[in-house]
Design a binder for this molecule. Structure first.
Ligand code: COS
Length: 382
C-alpha cells in the first residue's frame, strides 16, 4: 500500500534532514576511521531505515518500490557508505525472505531485520561464481533434518556484522547451473561458520565486505527458503529489485555531485569571473544534469511498473546500467570542474569519485546488465 502524499513528503524531508545534518558533516571522518559511529547507526534504527522495505505487520515501514527509490535518492546525497549500513537489510539481505519466506520464517526474523537488531547479508558470490552466479559450488548436502553446508563465499557486504545470511548453495551436484541451487537462511552463530577480516578496498570506507566460510555448518531443513532448486531464481529476483535500488542511489549521488559543482563553480574565480560563467564549465554541468534527469525518470518509471505488478527484469537492468555509468561520468566531470581541488582529499570529490566506481560492478556488472537487457529484448521481440 502506498503512503499518502503528505506522509511520503514528511518521510523524504526527515531523511533529507538526517542526511544534511547528521551524515554529511561526518563523511570525511567515517572514511578516515573506516567506521560509521554507533550513535549514528542507532539514529538510523530510530528513523526506521533498516525496515524501509519490510512489511508493516513486521514493524517495517512497508514502502513500495517507488517510495523506496525516492528515499534511496535522498540517501545518495551522503557518502554511500552510510546507506550500506542498512542497505542489506532493506535489499538483498531481506528480500529473499520477504518474497519467498513462509509465515514461520517471516515471524522468526523479519521484526529483528526491520528494527536493525538483526543485520543481514546476501551470500551468493564465490571465488569461481561472480558474474556466473549459477556456478555456485558451496554444497548443501541433506543429512536427516539438516543440510550440511561446506564452501566459501566472497565479497559479502556486512558479513562481519550479520546475524542472518541468505546463502545460495548447491543441493544437487548432478544438476549444473542454477537448477541445482537452493537458498537458505543461515544464522551467523552456527558452528563452522566463519567470517574473514574486511577487505581493503578502493572506496566506500565505512562499508565492509568479507569472505564467509562454511565448514560442516548444519542448517535445519526448515531454514530452506522456497523449494530445493529454486535458489538461483530467488537470487535473481532479489537482484532485480536490488539493481533498481542501487540505480536510485546513483541518481542521488549524481544530484549531490551536480549541486557541489554548481556551488564550487559559482564561488571559484578565474580570469576575474566565477568559473560557472564559462560555457565549457556550463557544458559539463548541463551534460551531468541531463543524464541525471534521464536516469531518475527511468528509475522511477521502472519502480512504478514494478509496484503495478509488471515484470521489470529488463528495466531494472537498464536502470542499473544507465544510472551507474551515468554517475561515473558525473563524478569524472565533477573532478574536472573542481580542477586541482577535485583531486585533493579535502574537498571530498575524489572520495566520491572512488566511491561510485563499485556501482558499475556489484549486483551485476554493466556487462551483465547488457546481457540481461539484450536477452529480454530479444525475448520480447523489441
Ligand atoms: N527472475 C526470475 N527468474 C530468472 C531471472 C530473473 N531475473 N533470471 C534468470 N531466471 C531464471 C531463468 O528463467 C532460468 O529459469 P529456467 O531454468 O526455468 O528456464 C534460470 O533462472 C536460469 O537462468 P539463465 O539461463 O538466464 O542463467 P544464466 O546462468 O545464463 O545466468 C545471468 C544469467 C548471467 C544474468 C546471471 O547469472 C546474473 O545475473 N549474473 C550476475 C550475478 C550478480 O549480479 N552478481 C552480483 C553479486 S550479488 S551482490
Amino acid at each position: 500500500m502506498a503512503l499518502d502524499l503528505e506522509t511520503r513528503e514528511q518521510l523524504l524531508e526527515t531523511v533529507a534532514r538526517f542526511v544534511a545534518e547528521r551524515l554529511r558533516p561526518i563523511e570525511a571522518k567515517v572514511a578516515e576511521d573506516d567506521a560509521v559511529p554507533a550513535d549514528v547507526i542507532e539514529e538510523m534504527k530510530g528513523l526506521g531505515l533498516f525496515g524501509l522495505s519490510i512489511p508493516e505487520e513486521y514493524g517495517g515501514l512497508g514502502l513500495n518500490m517507488e517510495e523506496e527509490a525516492l528515499v534511496a535518492i535522498e540517501l545518495g546525497r551522503a557518502s554511500p557508505a552510510f546507506r550500506s549500513v542498512f542497505g542489506t537489510n532493506v535489499g538483498i539481505g531481506s528480500q529473499g525472505l520477504v518474497m519467498f519466506g513462509n509465515d514461520a520464517q517471516k515471524a522468526r526474523w523479519l521484526e529483528g531485520i526491520a528494527s536493525g537488531e538483526t543485520i543481514t547479508s546476501f551470500a551468493l558470490t564465490e571465488p569461481e561464481a561472480g558474474s556466473d552466479s549459477a556456478a555456485v559450488q558451496t554444497r548443501a548436502a541433506l543429512d536427516g533434518d539438516h543440510y550440511v553446508l561446506n564452501g566459501g563465499k566472497r565479497f559479502i557486504t556486512n558479513a562481519g556484522k550479520a546475524s542472518l545470511f541468505t546463502v545460495m548453495a548447491r543441493t544437487n551436484p548432478d544438476v549444473k547451473g542454477g537448477g541445482g541451487v537452493s537458498a537458505f537462511l543461515v544464522p551467523s552463530g552456527l558452528p563452522g561458520l566463519s567470517v574473514s577480516k574486511p577487505e581493503k578496498k578502493m572506496g566506500q570506507q565505512g562499508a565492509h565486505i568479507h569472505d564467509v566460510t562454511f565448514d560442516n555448518v548444519r542448517v535445519p531443513v526448515e531454514n530452506r527458503l522456497g523449494e530445493e532448486g529454486e535458489g538461483f531464481k530467488v537470487a535473481m529476483q532479489v537482484l532485480d529489485r536490488g539493481r533498481l535500488h542501487i540505480a536510485a542511489v546513483c541518481v542521488g549521488v549524481a544530484e549531490r555531485l551536480i549541486a557541489d559543482c554548481v556551488a564550487y563553480a559559482s564561488e571559484r574565480k578565474q580570469f576575474g569571473q566565477p568559473i560557472a560563467s564559462f560555457q565549457l564549465i556550463q557544458a559539463m554541468i548541463a551534460d551531468s544534469k541531463t543524464e541525471a534527469l534521464a536516469a531518475k525518470a527511468l528509475v522511477l518509471d521502472t519502480a512504478r511498473k514494478r509496484d503495478a505488478g509488471v515484470g521489470v527484469t529488463l528495466e531494472a537492468a537498464a536502470s542499473k546500467l544507465f544510472a551507474s555509468e551515468m554517475v561515473g561520468r558525473v563524478a569524472d566531470r565533477a573532478v574536472q570542474v573542481f580542477g586541482g581541488a577535485g583531486y585533493v582529499a579535502d574537498y571530498g570529490i575524489e572520495r566520491l569519485y572512488r566511491d561510485v566506481r563499485i556501482f558499475r560492478i556489484y549486483e551485476g556488472t554493466s556487462q551483465i546488465q547488457q546481457l540481461v537487457i539484450a536477452r529480454e529484448t530479444l525475448k520480447r521481440g523489441g
